[in-house]
Design a protein around this ligand. Structure first.
Ligand SMILES: Cc1cc2nc3c(=O)[nH]c(=O)nc-3n(C[C@H](O)[C@H](O)[C@H](O)COP(=O)(O)OP(=O)(O)OC[C@H]3O[C@@H](n4cnc5c(N)ncnc54)[C@H](O)[C@@H]3O)c2cc1C
Length: 401
């Protein structure tokens, strides 16, 4: 059976988020972006609207909606600005959904529930100064000391670094075992030895918070280890199946914003005695945006459907993420082109779209990493093995505790 329409509930969520973005983000975003200001109240508002745990079961403080509703939320948020979609990607998809999949009941109660309610914020710390795509090269260590681990190291390019209450931190428990030596920990900002430092002067997502997390002799209780020792690489990768899905969904929203701005401008601006929308080469740029929007949307919702079914979706998610982020970046470049010199000015939003659209082509698997993955799947060099814990299928079943 194929279903291409949104349910009444999904339409209601879409309408609500659009209204919120139009009223509370779009009027302020140019100023926040120019001042490189992350507006923390937006997270409070997202929490009030139930958007910090939209696809987390009600049992754990969320709204219990399906995974495609998360995609709808991400697309609508990124129509306003990439910063706030990134916040939801990190908090909900990379952190909370990982706890839902891999956490034990203690961790779900203590960390997932307040995160899904939005009273606490979660982030995801994988990347290090010497390890981005090459995850196995991370150097942060976690050494067992009785009923604690002692963590030392640093993470970089961490979204929400100055805002998050809880971080999922990946560290080596057995440094000589490559990716098999990595474990995953819940680290609280309040733990002694944790400090953070936000970056300024990023190319884009300037209204977002991104930076470094430093850990010096941080004592993390053993009960904060997620999964088994040595299972961290698998956990990090399955987290990315959710994060990438949300990034791809956000890209759909960015293309939507590019189309909206470009159509308006193409109708209004005249050259050679007619609106520029009547010139075929301008039409070509708009046609490509529309094709990018539709194909990305289809790929994203297929992944959402697979998640709802409880199916493994690493391959499909990678394709959706690669395709949608490339399409969004191309759409933003063309949106600037359609605006001519005005596109080069902050008087129009398209220059911000173009700057913002670059990061998603880099984070959560660069374009090249996804191309390699797709080729390896096609060639038969890469196959997904069964995981010990799966993201629960939707509708969610009540878990007995
Ligand atoms: C705005 C922003 C927010 C971020 N937020 C987070 C976050 O919240 N948490 C987190 O953990 N990380 C985060 N990151 C980091 C991001 O995930 C990494 O930057 C990304 O994984 C790439 O790693 P790298 O920058 O070290 O690049 P590298 O891995 O050093 O890659 C450099 C270049 O080499 C190419 N390359 C590398 N290996 C291969 C290969 N095998 N084949 C072909 N080409 C290759 C890459 O595609 C790239 O072009 C964020 C990054 C940005 C920009």
């Amino acid at each position: 059976m194929f279903e291409f329409s949104y349910s009444d509930e999904q339409q209601a969520v879409q309408k609500m988020v659009r209204k919120f973005v139009d009223k509370e983000i779009i009027p302020h975003i140019e100023g926040w972006d120019a001042e490189q200001h992350f507006e923390p109240q937006i997270l409070d508002r997202l929490a009030q609207l139930g958007l910090m745990g939209i696809c987390i079961p009600e049992q754990y403080g969320g709204q219990g909606m399906d995974y495609n509703t998360l995609a709808i939320v991400c697309a609508e948020l990124e129509r306003g600005d990439t910063a706030f979609r990134t916040a939801v990607s990190v908090h909900t998809a990379l952190n909370s959904m990982t706890l839902l999949q891999w956490g034990n009941e203690f961790q779900k109660e203590k960390y997932l529930t307040p995160q899904a309610q939005g009273s606490k914020v979660g982030a995801y710390g994988l990347t290090e100064p010497n390890a981005g795509s090459d995850v196995a090269a991370i150097q942060t260590t976690a050494v067992r000391d009785g009923d604690h681990y002692i963590l030392n190291g640093s993470k970089t390019w961490i979204s929400l670094c100055d805002v998050a209450d809880h971080f999922l931190i990946f560290a080596k428990t057995t440094p000589d075992q490559g990716h098999r030596g990595i474990s995953c920990f819940i680290v609280e900002r309040s733990f002694s030895g944790v400090s953070t430092r936000g970056f300024k002067h990023k190319l884009g997502i300037r209204a977002g918070n991104t930076g470094e997390v430093f850990m010096e002799e941080v004592r993390v209780p053993v009960e904060n280890r997620v999964g088994e020792e040595g299972e961290g690489f698998k956990i990090a990768m399955s987290a990315l199946d959710n994060g990438r899905f949300s990034v791809a969904a956000g890209a759909v929203g960015l293309i939507d914003a590019c189309i909206e701005a470009s159509l308006k401008y193409a109708h209004e601006r005249e050259t050679f005695g007619k609106p520029i929308g009547k010139h075929q080469l301008v039409q070509q740029m708009i046609a490509k945006m529309v094709a990018g929007y539709e194909t990305s949307q289809l790929l994203v919702h297929r992944v959402g459907w697979m998640k709802n079914q409880g199916m493994r979706n690493t391959r499909e998610t990678s394709l959706a993420k690669w395709h949608a982020c490339d399409a969004a970046f191309n759409a933003a470049v063309d949106a600037v082109q359609i605006h001519g010199a005005n596109g080069y000015s902050h008087e129009f939003p398209v220059e911000r779209y173009m700057r913002n659209a670059k990061a998603p082509v880099i984070y959560e698997g660069t374009r090249e990493i996804h191309q390699v993955m797709q080729a390896e799947y096609a060639l038969g060099y890469r196959k997904d093995k069964e995981l010990r814990r799966n993201l629960p299928a939707w509708p969610f079943a009540q878990v007995e505790v």
